[in-house]
Ligand binder design. Sequence first.
Ligand code: ZN
Length: 160
Amino acid sequence: MALSRLDNLYRQVILDHSSHPHHHGVLDEASTQIEMNNPTCGDVIQLQLVLDEDDVIQDIRFSGSGCSISTASASMMTDVVIGQPISKALELSHQFSELVLGKDVEELDALGDAAMLGGVAKFPARIKCATLGWKALEKGLIEKQATTVEQASHCDSEKE
Ligand code: ZN
């Protein structure tokens, strides 16, 4: 009984995110832009990131077309990674991947509403829907990190 009520609550939160996704839209200027798709379901996401000079995610937006799981998951992802440095965002993304694979996650609270997507583990066909936004995030951050390292080594001689 209690369990089904909990399931209903989760379903409601997931529905809220998919029908009114957070940070949905397109920015005029972004540091990084990534497009990714999930051919098994037909989900497409365009993700934009604005990173400041300390590599903190200042702003984030996503658009595209996806099923309710992919949209809800992307919306939940934007909520938890905004304001986070690249390293922390990558760690959260890793934790989320573990969660939807049915593994134990130590800091479940850090995933915010995305923690409610743990049940996706029971539906293997939907796992790629749930991880799409996060994979796009990872790709964007890893690309940004690579260019930052390049710039840093380039500027080494200018440091005091
Ligand atoms: Zn999907």
